[in-house]
Design a protein around this ligand. Structure first.
Ligand code: AMP
Length: 605
């Protein structure tokens, strides 16, 4: 193997960055092979004690970039919180907690507490009393705890602002500033943001001390002979999506990239179980074994290689017609390197990237950096899969007919059967097909069609906003009324911030917001749990009780005049009736997968 492109022969390791002991052990268990670009730049700086402003978005590995240095320096003996992570939404707060747990090796000795609106105070209070090392929360609820005196931040050492621009957009600017000002002077601050608006710069200048600004470098090399497509698939849908792609794509050999070493093994095993000639290579596989595997791929004894970035460095196999990014890479350099594994020796190639709904932005940044746009593809339908199966079935008959001497031997036997049993020849052929096929059905059942998720395109925020107006992310919507309006100088972001935080909702749960003189109308999920509704009735924006309640189209008790607002019907179905995904084990009704390179097929009806 020769290394010909963007990745170094000796990539930086997590140990090189200054991490040690249990943190390294946990990372090895998670299966990360090397630090991502943002991690490489941020971890040593944070370990060195300096503040950081990181320009990074989801998908770059920024969570580990701040979590690992905190865990490395954690004082398990300190009972009061030593690290606080502020995140804009409950979802993100929970994700960050999960990441911390993972990087702490799920150790019972490390206490991580999520604190967000929508969860009862009781759990949070008792955990805080017992002692917590890291608190991850939304600004509003953290403020509540500070106001009540239930969160002691006097010994805080590390403060992280995650997705700072989102927090400001959601109206948390004041809360964030109050928290920053209320924590010890000598704490270390790390702020991460996907964008750097003036407000973020101001915040950084005011509250961070000589921060190191870190932005991940982008490359622009790209291969024009590789057709690049993407498929939106949530994590549980990926195996099924891959299986269908394997059925309908006309590939010779394929390399499938996953993010972790563990996943290469699991996926290769699942593909083998479905009858594919697949093997895994990753950084843990001995060099000699890796070379043997690559040779098997070259010789056509293997068709699918499931690999990590490190293991596939410099891989040069002409047979590879397809690259599948089962997981998107953590940086653009890796993307460029991965798709460079196909389209070798002047041939054309295909690259298909699986993008989870959360990763749409990552996809846009790959498109920007490579100056190429990816074409969206859809999950191959049951009809498409069945068309390829039927034509493969035809091909098998044609191939068998070519084996004349064997055919001749069987012809007499069949003739004998037809004459003695008086059965049409087509029936006998069909009966033999049943024998050959065994118990597995030849065709997929149309009932196996998963409900297709109507995902939004990857192209940025304007579309995001459109769809936010039309649909919620968690079900049917209805219109609610709150008792604050123009008269109270309320802004949409304050409404979103307050309701999201106290109602335990996410941004995707919000539809249209209409601010009228004396009150406002907000589209939210039709089903909000009773306790959340109670809290929302009592929530205040700029000191005014919002008294959230379903809108009945009548004049509000304490709002503006009836004529000031249009009658607003509740209960629009902007919800997920068209969404949903069945986490199906794609193997259940599949017949044998192909093991051999295939010829192009013509779908038939
Ligand atoms: P984040 O940007 O923190 O949301 O991380 C995006 C994804 O990348 C998560 O699924 C992480 O588990 C994964 N990840 C983070 N760091 C690495 C790494 N060094 N190698 C492989 N995967 C990583």
């Amino acid at each position: 193997m020769s290394d010909d492109e963007t990745l170094d022969e000796n990539p930086t390791t997590f140990a090189d960055l200054g991490l040690s002991g249990s943190v390294l052990r946990a990372l090895s268990a998670v299966g990360y092979e090397r630090p991502s670009a943002i991690q490489e730049a941020t971890i040593p700086t944070l370990l060195g004690g300096r503040d950081v402003v990181g320009l990074a978005q989801t998908g770059t590995g920024k969570t580990a970039a701040f979590a690992l240095p905190i865990l490395e320096r954690l004082d398990k003996g300190q009972k009061s919180p030593q690290a606080l992570v502020l995140a804009p939404t409950r979802e993100l707060a929970l994700q960050v907690c999960e990441a911390f747990e993972q990087y702490a090796g799920h150790s019972k000795a490390v206490h991580i507490l999520p604190v967000y609106g929508g969860q009862g105070y009781g759990v949070q209070l008792s955990a805080l009393r017992r002692g917590v090392h890291v608190v991850v929360g939304t600004p509003g609820r953290i403020m509540d705890h500070l106001d009540r005196g239930t969160l002691d931040l006097s010994e805080l050492k590390y403060l992280v602002l995650d997705e700072a621009d989102e927090m400001l957009k959601m109206g948390f600017a004041e809360d964030v500033e109050t928290i920053l000002a209320a924590t010890p002077e000598d704490k270390q601050v790390a702020m991460f943001s996907a964008t750097m608006p003036a407000q973020i710069r101001r915040l950084s200048a005011k509250y961070l001390r000589d921060p190191q600004e870190i932005a991940v470098r982008k490359t622009t090399t790209t291969a024009s002979n590789v057709a690049q497509r993407y498929l939106i698939a949530s994590y549980p849908q990926k195996v099924d999506a891959l299986t269908r792609i394997l059925e309908v794509e006309n590939f010779d050999a394929m390399i499938v990239f996953t993010r972790t070493k563990n996943e290469t093994e699991t996926l290769a095993e699942r593909l083998r179980a479905r009858g594919y000639a697949a093997a895994a290579i990753n950084g843990d596989v001995q060099q000699a074994q890796r070379e043997r595997t690559v040779k098997q791929l070259k010789d056509g004894k293997l068709d699918i290689l499931v690999a990590t970035d490190v293991a596939a460095r410099g891989l040069d196999v002409e047979r590879i017609t397809h690259v599948v990014n089962y997981d998107l890479p953590i940086d653009t350099e890796s993307y460029v390197h991965r798709i460079g594994r196909t389209g070798r020796a002047g041939r054309s190639g295909d690259a298909i990237s699986f993008v989870t709904p959360r990763e749409r932005r990552t996809l846009s940044s790959i498109e920007r950096a490579t100056k190429q746009s990816l074409t969206q593809m859809h999950l191959p339908s049951v009809d498409e899969v069945n068309a390829t199966r039927l034509s493969r079935f035809d091909d098998a008959i044609t191939a068998a007919l070519g084996q004349t001497s064997r055919i001749d031997r069987f012809r007499d036997i069949i003739d004998h059967y037809v004459t003695h049993h008086d059965v049409p020849e087509a029936d006998v052929a069909a009966a033999l097909a049943v024998v050959a096929q065994g118990e597995t059905p030849l065709l997929l059942d149309p009932a196996d069609e998963p409900v297709r998720e109507e995902f939004r395109g990857p192209k940025g925020q304007s579309r995001d906003r459109d769809s936010r107006d039309r649909r919620g992310s968690s079900g049917p919507m209805r219109t609610y009324r709150i008792a604050v309006g123009k008269r109270h100088k309320v802004e949409p972001r304050q409404i979103v911030g307050a309701i999201a935080n106290e109602g335990g909702l996410s941004r995707g749960d919000f539809g249209q917001i209409k601010i009228l003189p004396g009150f406002s109308l907000v589209d939210l999920p039709a089903e909000i749990p009773a306790d959340a509704l109670k809290r929302l009735e009592r929530t205040r924006i700029s000191g005014v009780l919002i008294e959230l309640r379903p809108d009945e189209g009548r004049a509000p008790r304490s709002g503006g005049p009836r004529s000031s607002g249009p009658r607003y019907g509740g209960g629009r179905d902007g919800g997920r009736s068209d969404r949903g995904s069945r986490d199906r084990d794609g193997g259940a009704s599949y017949d044998r997968g192909p093991r051999k390179p295939r010829k192009p097929r013509t779908p038939r009806d």
